[in-house]
Design a protein around this ligand. Structure first.
Ligand SMILES: Nc1ncnc2c1ncn2[C@@H]1O[C@H](COP(=O)(O)OP(=O)(O)O)[C@@H](O)[C@H]1O
Ligand SMILES: [Mg+2]
Length: 599
């Protein structure tokens, strides 16, 4: 299996497919983006006006000795005001542009994030087993954030910066071909510099991004494992592991910063050198009478307009790189198939509303995880309406796997699982899951309140029903004793509750939906004997008239089952009622003897 911390290093190059894939997210806000483009053009126009006004002022009223003093002053005043107006207009447009781009970008990434999150939630369990939660979280947070850069400022601004460079160059050539030729003489140097710099910066930057992502994922997991770490007193060892990754990120950053600094210094140097040359050649032209001083200043100011976009492009390059890499990862994730897969040949799913009770049939079920060994082999049995089927067997026999097939957490490899004689794969999966309550082995409580956890954030479930469920499982007393009752907070993963209390809450969660089928995976395994007695009683009530598949260690839970299946190595080795199996004197009888000895 691949290391879940291995990062997929995308090529981080612009791909035409991005446009196609991004378009649905951008389309709703296309007017906003069009407005941004318009503003960019307007402000560029204003920017071009500045140097021209300057020239008019210098070569006009400043030099024109024939006019009257007052006249010249008032002309100057007008040009000055024009210049200020142009500047103010530019600032205002810049302000609007900033707001608008941020607003556009935020809305797009909000949509992307929502899509991404729900997609991650609907991918198959096998996908989650291959990818750590921390890594997926990074996709949803920082990769989407990078995308924001791309959407709100990146692409638009960069394309525009290019346009601007060409626009300014065109103006320069229009004004004075010789001087313009001189200024573009340094261009090859800048281009060569950026090609060299690019290669190096690209590698360094990608290293930073992927290391940072891994570091985040790593931290999430290490913090999540705090209890284990502490129990074994391994805080230092874990902190060291983290420190190593942290250092790796820092090193990568150092490289990037170095490449950046060198690049910018050299570009600046090239631009400055050009400026000096400009002064010399321009000055000569002015002295020789080929050029007016105002024209020279104008040329200079236009030339100065070049440095902004050039710098910006260099800077944006990395941001864009990161954004393209993120884009690739995001779309890769979105292309991950959902589970269950959409129905083939467009057949509509069969309706399967909740009916109070159901029949479950396994027919020659086979299952393997991925390409792994066979975990379930030729499993066939029927749980008639209202029957309880207990499944016992050693650890690793495949009990949990078997249960996960009923509500389609996974799909069978061969054979079929049927509910009321209909293959579960033919049913609407959300309807199916509403009919089946699954209490998993690893209980999970969410951050929120007790009531949130029992009704799983579904406001349609009334408080009354929640109380009834709590009452049934015998958890009402302990919830009532909590400071805020149902509204008491639950910490992440229910860390402030005992295992037994968590189990009771998980059990209440299963009952509150009034399912047709109960699927319990060792639901009573970690409950103390007093709670167990209560739960045992609750179980009897809950199982009455309801179909149930129960994996249990406790003899008391198993004994009353209508049918007991002994699962060994993925095969059913014995089946029958308690009495029948005891009489058979096989594995089950052995188990009961051991259990009796322990008690
Ligand atoms: N998510 C998984 N991916 C790969 N193999 C798994 C996975 N879950 C369980 N297995 C393997 O499948 C077998 C059955 O596991 P499981 O159904 O959990 O057994 P049980 O619940 O009876 O202890 C074991 O060999 C286990 O290693
Ligand atoms: Mg198990």
């Amino acid at each position: 299996m691949s290391n879940p911390y291995d990062d997929d290093l995308p090529v981080a190059r612009f791909q035409l497919s991005f446009v196609k894939e991004l378009w649905p997210f951008v389309r709703p806000y296309k007017r906003g983006f069009a407005a941004c483009l318009l503003i960019l053009f307007l402000s560029f126009g204003l920017e071009l006006l500045g140097p021209w006004l300057m020239k008019l002022a210098i070569d006009g009223p400043m030099r024109d000795a024939s006019a009257e003093q007052n006249e010249r002053l008032s002309m100057l005043w007008w040009y000055g005001s024009g210049f200020i107006a142009v500047t103010l207009g530019g600032a205002l447009l810049g302000y609007i542009y900033g707001l608008l781009t941020a607003w556009n970008g935020q809305r797009v990434i909000r949509d992307v994030r929502r899509r991404l999150f729900s997609h991650v939630m609907s991918t198959g369990l096998s996908f989650h087993e291959r990818n750590s939660a921390g890594k997926l979280t990074t996709r949803i947070t920082s990769d989407v954030e990078n995308l924001n850069e791309l959407i709100s400022t990146g692409v638009l601004q960069s394309v525009f910066d290019l346009l601007k460079i060409f626009g300014v160059l065109a103006v320069l050539f229009f004004l004075d071909v010789e001087l313009a030729l001189f200024t573009v003489a340094t261009t090859p140097i800048v281009v060569i510099l950026s090609v060299i710099f690019r290669k190096k910066a690209q590698q360094a930057y990608r290293a930073v991004r992927s290391r940072l992502a891994l570091q985040n994922a790593f931290a999430t997991e290490l913090i999540g494992g705090i209890r284990t770490t502490r129990a074994y007193g391994q805080e230092d060892a874990i902190a060291n592991r983290y420190a190593e990754r942290n250092q790796a990120t820092t090193d990568a950053w150092k490289d990037t910063v170095q490449h950046f600094s060198v690049f910018f210094s050299l570009v600046d140097l090239a631009l400055r050198a050009t400026t000096v040359g400009l002064l010399w050649f321009g000055g000569k032209a002015v002295l020789g009478g080929d050029m007016l001083p105002g024209e020279f200043i104008q040329f200079w100011l236009y030339f100065a307009l070049l440095s902004g976009p050039i710098r910006e492009l260099g800077e944006k390059y990395n941001v864009l790189q990161a954004a393209f890499a993120s884009c690739e990862r995001i779309f890769q994730l979105l292309a991950e198939p959902v589970f269950p897969p959409p129905r083939a040949n467009g057949r509509a799913p069969i309706d399967s509303p909740r009916s109070g009770v159901a029949k479950i049939t396994f027919e020659n079920v086979e299952f393997a995880y991925g390409d792994g060994p066979t975990v379930l082999d030729g499993i066939s049995f029927t749980a008639e309406r209202g029957q309880t089927v207990a499944i016992v067997g050693p650890t690793g026999a495949g009990k949990t796997t078997l249960l996960s097939l009923v509500s389609r957490l996974r799909d069978v490899g061969a054979g079929s699982v049927k509910i009321d004689d209909v293959d579960v794969r033919d049913l609407d999966v959300s309807q199916l899951r509403r009919r089946i309550a699954f209490v998993a082995q690893d209980l999970f409580l969410f951050t929120g309140t007790v009531i949130d956890n029992v009704r799983l954030f579904d406001p349609k479930v009334s408080e009354e029903r929640v109380w009834r469920a709590l009452e049934t499982v015998g958890a009402a007393d302990f919830v009532r004793a909590l400071p805020d009752g149902l509204q008491s907070p639950v910490a992440e993963r229910g860390a402030t509750f005992s295992q037994g209390e968590r189990q009771l809450l998980a059990f209440a969660r299963a009952l509150v939906v009034e399912p047709d089928v109960l699927v319990l995976d060792e639901a009573t395994a970690s409950i103390d004997s007093e709670s167990e007695e209560r739960l045992q009683h609750a179980l009897e009530i809950a199982l009455r008239g309801r179909t149930a598949l129960v994996v249990a260690h406790r003899l008391s839970t198993v004994r009353d089952a209508d049918q007991i299946l002994v699962l060994e190595g993925g095969k059913i080795s014995e089946r029958g009622t308690h009495e029948e199996l005891v009489r058979l004197d096989g594995h089950y009888a052995n188990m009961t003897r051991n259990a009796a000895a322990v008690r």
